[in-house]
Write a new protein. Sequence first.
Length: 128
Amino acid sequence: MHLALLTIIATLPVVNVEKLPRMTQGRYEVLAQRDKNTAWQVVWFMNRIAEHYGKEFTNAMPAAKARVIVFSNHDDFLAYAKEQRGDAQSALAGYTAVRKDPGGGRQWELVAFEYPGMWRTLAHEGLH
């Protein structure tokens, strides 16, 4: 990646994800930068994918509620990824990580951004 692009990414302000519109249903809490309707669409999709994976793979269901964050643009996604992971490759479309929940326990966090392949990325990351 070019040094100039890395410098720009490093200076982008990081969105406060705790203030994003959210929807909680089934096994997922979804925070969506765009709006609550996007959060609802993603939480519905993720729960359907989890049902499908649960039928295909016996250990595919997360033990605790997973958190999904969907950014409305690639720049905010990369800024958050850099803050959380320490890197932000420009080709990154989504990732899954383990984070500490507010109670100090482990929680899966799936992070992606809106683009034409987002649903495929969410389905892929949801299997981790």
